[in-house]
Design a binder for this molecule. Structure first.
Ligand SMILES: Nc1ncnc2c1ncn2[C@@H]1O[C@H](COP(=O)(O)OP(=O)(O)O)[C@@H](O)[C@H]1O
Ligand SMILES: [Mg+2]
Length: 357
């Protein structure tokens, strides 16, 4: 089977606006587990309580004005990360810093301000839109509640917001069910933009849409990001869309970030064996960029039993003794690339390696 050429071009050279400036959003050691309900028998036997390890020591910087893609197989913790960042879900430990403030400690008015600055946009805006409110009412409410415009300016601002997302002014009079999936996604984006956010977090924004509509919504996001200088976290499992939209990409595996790199570098010279396997398995990537790597073998381990050391070692073609005992830290490999893999760090002397259990 020949690879289908990608109709969606990759984003140009990866030059996020201010590569050296302090990051807008900075995540360190972020960890989140979900305890699993224990059966009576297990409790009676004194079995330790099991927990899903959804995020483990996640480390990530998002630069102001960039689009950072987050990819990884289903269940690797992408949505948990997004929800934790917008405080929809508490973390077990770790820190999130936004423009210098400690996000996990925010309360009251400061938390409300954060909720306005960082907007999450969802896969299915239908579930979060009141079916009885017209789009105009939804937008007017957002503008009024947050006192973003004096009353006499609100109608013009509603039209402006609709225009920004490519909807006609008449859309204001319609109810959510009168729109197609792609249009509803535009309404969701308009509602988020009404609050004049600095940062958008899009979790599988277009995954439920037809491919042709996906491209339109993604292009809208691209245009808005550039025009409004938004910082965007684009969470998706479709590598082509991520490549098209992102300045940089973070790859997650079983709750950990295993590689972060400029989009260009990640797709042309992936460093982590998991990234290499993910790209090899992706349909429709530019065939000249695809490497002669085998796709990933074996099953994704259960997040209840994350392998010791490097979580990917059970599926890694290059795993050696050290990978079983020592977790690789995320380290800078080159300027634009951070990797968590022992293959990229100086190996331990042979004696130490074999002496380990
Ligand atoms: N509310 C929850 N309760 C229990 N387990 C959860 C919950 N949310 C997510 N998980 C588990 O956490 C892991 C990560 O899930 P998620 O963040 O949704 O991954 P992704 O978005 O990458 O598919 C999965 O094993 C999932 O089953
Ligand atoms: Mg998800």
């Amino acid at each position: 089977m020949t690879a289908v050429p990608s109709p969606i071009p990759p984003r140009g050279p990866a030059t996020p606006p201010t590569p050296d400036a302090a990051p807008l959003l900075s995540v360190r050691g972020l960890t989140k587990t979900f305890p699993v309900r224990q059966g009576l028998l297990d409790r009676w036997r004194g079995q330790p309580r099991a927990a899903v390890q959804a995020l483990t020591d996640v480390q990530l910087d998002v630069r102001r004005g960039e689009t950072l893609g987050i990819v990884g197989e289903s269940g690797c913790g992408k949505s948990t990360l997004a929800r934790t960042l917008v405080r929809l879900m508490p973390a077990d430990r770790g820190s999130v810093t936004y423009a210098g403030t400690d996000v996990l400690a925010l309360q009251g008015p400061a938390l409300r301000r954060y909720h306005r600055q960082v907007q999450m946009i969802f896969q299915d805006p239908y579930s979060s839109l009141n079916p009885r409110m017209t789009v105009g009412q939804v937008l007017r409410e957002a503008l009024t509640v947050h006192r973003l415009r004096p009353p006499h300016e609100i109608p013009a601002r509603v039209t402006e917001l609709l225009n920004l997302v490519g909807l006609p002014p008449e859309a204001a009079g319609r109810l959510p069910h009168e729109f197609s999936g792609g249009q509803r996604q535009r309404v969701g984006i308009a509602r988020a933009l009404a609050l004049e956010p600095e940062c958008l977090i899009a979790d599988e924004l277009v995954s439920a849409l037809d491919v042709s509509v996906q491209a339109q919504v993604v292009n809208l996001l691209l245009e808005l990001q550039t025009r409004l200088q938004l910082t965007v976290l684009f969470v998706a499992h479709d590598l082509r869309l991520v490549q098209h939209l992102s300045h940089r990409v973070a790859v997650m595996y079983l709750g950990r970030v295993v590689e972060i790199a400029d989009t260009e570098t990640l797709f042309s010279a992936p460093s982590h064996p998991y990234t290499q396997g993910l790209l090899a398995a992706a349909p429709g990537l530019d065939p000249t960029r695809r490497r002669a790597q085998p796709a990933i073998v074996g099953e994704l381990p259960s997040p209840l039993r994350v392998p010791s050391g490097c979580a990917f070692r059970t599926r890694c073609p290059h795993a050696f003794a050290r990978c079983e005992t020592e977790r690789p830290e995320l380290r800078a490999r080159t300027d634009g690339q951070q990797v968590a893999c022992h293959l990229d760090t100086p190996p331990l002397p042979e004696e130490t390696r074999t002496a380990r259990p």
